[in-house]
Design a protein around this ligand. Sequence first.
Ligand code: GDG
Length: 499
Amino acid sequence: LFPPRKAEMKSPIVVVSNRLPFILCKDDDGELQRKPCAGGLVTAVAPVVIQCGGLWVGWPGIHMDDPHQSVPESDPGDKGPSAGLKSEQVVVVHVEEQIFDDYYNGCCNATFWPLFHSMPDRAVFVADMWEAYSTVNAMFAYKTVEALKKLKAQEEEGEERIPLVWIHDYHLMLAANHIRQQCEEENLKCNLGFFLHIPFPPWDIFRLFPWDDDVLQGILGCDMVGFHIEDYCRNFLDCCQRRLGFRVDRVHNLVDVAGRTVKVRALPIGIPYKRFEEMANAAPRALQSSQQIILGVDRLDYTKGLVNRIRSFERLLEKHPEHLEVVKLMQVAVPSRTDVKEYQQLKEQIDLEVGRINGRFSTANWSPIRYIFGCISQDELAAYYRDSSVALVTPLRDGMNLVAKEYVACQVDKPGVLILSLFAGAGETMHEALLVNPYELDGVADTLHRALTMPDDEREMRMYHLKKRERTMDVDFWLSSFLKAMGSLDFGEEQDEPM
Ligand code: GDG
């Protein structure tokens, strides 16, 4: 059974991610303050770091004037998941502003983000950005090795604890190899794990990156590499074999790196299911019950397929006019990377499409699309999920997609229908959703019609199975699976290791 109730970390964990589990900002007096983050990942991982006396290495969210300034303790009123993380458990990576810009806005978000989402035409390949990426990765690695030395110094006589270093996401694909090399030089031991939150693309796309071999070698510095789904594992193995000529075992998902074996695992992330279910049970009604609501919730990003989605909804109104004045598309689009031109253009395009379709179909008492460009609270979000008849989750490409899972957790009343893109990682496991190709607008429109007219017993049956799976395979399950695959959990003497 997961999570294994009695299991404990055998040794401390060092989490390495682009962002710390909170953001530092200045209050009115210019004093630094922690602003908590409450995403599922932080909620699951921070308590483990706190419990095992581990460390978190990351960028604090601002460029600090004095890089030696210490991180403040959390506010006494902070109820966020990282509140218990003491300042001595936080390792801040400071990066000079221009280098950070080339690393983050450049190589991470203008190169790897589109490329890994199989949209190579949007990707830029600039040597300076790649150089900044390599520099920042080396800085993260240096800080991590310093952190490992600190942990080593805290060991008691005769004790040897081998820490787990867990690196997250496409921002830090070179860090593992640096850490491994430095640890060898300094005679430090650690187990290295990496998890990629976005897709890993097929070989034919990946090879477009001019320094593709460095990226592979960087990731292979780990002992284990985790992806959301088997397809991404297969793509990665293909690249290791075809680009580097390494031997791969496709039955057990292993790569032989000069005699060292790297495990490759599909570990689909889940959500804090109970938290969403509780919020949905508690939240007051948010939407008018007289209309059928089709809900979309996304960061405003070109990978999320918002323009296609809005046009599919238009096709629904054209093809099935019985839905006029009865249904409404409610789209929440959270501002994201707003200083980037491509994202500004996408926003303008969505504004135009929404205006055009509302102008075309609205009547005195009804308009087809309600569009929120902004962030709503988690309680409100849970109520929107609960009160919508259909969730329309149609990314063009998505590593996993948590919105689909959160919608399912919040179906505590009359169950709704989940429409899900074939090209989201979530589509691999959420079989009872209505799966669609977001590029085929007519197909999505027909599926919308099917969802809106689906008999109650079919809705209930589909949602029952979806809920059952997500309740079990929640974010704690994912966390335990990763730690177990890394061999980092101690199950105690009385308890057998779960299968
Ligand atoms: C990356 C990968 C992978 C959205 N609007 C509001 C709001 N949200 C929250 C949702 C959800 C999260 O944002 C979005 O998660 P996704 O999974 O959809 O997408 P990414 O941000 O792109 O995440 C993705 C994920 O990493 C995890 O590995 O699934 O594929 O791209 O949790 O609830 N939250 C609030 N107000 C909003 O308006 N409070």
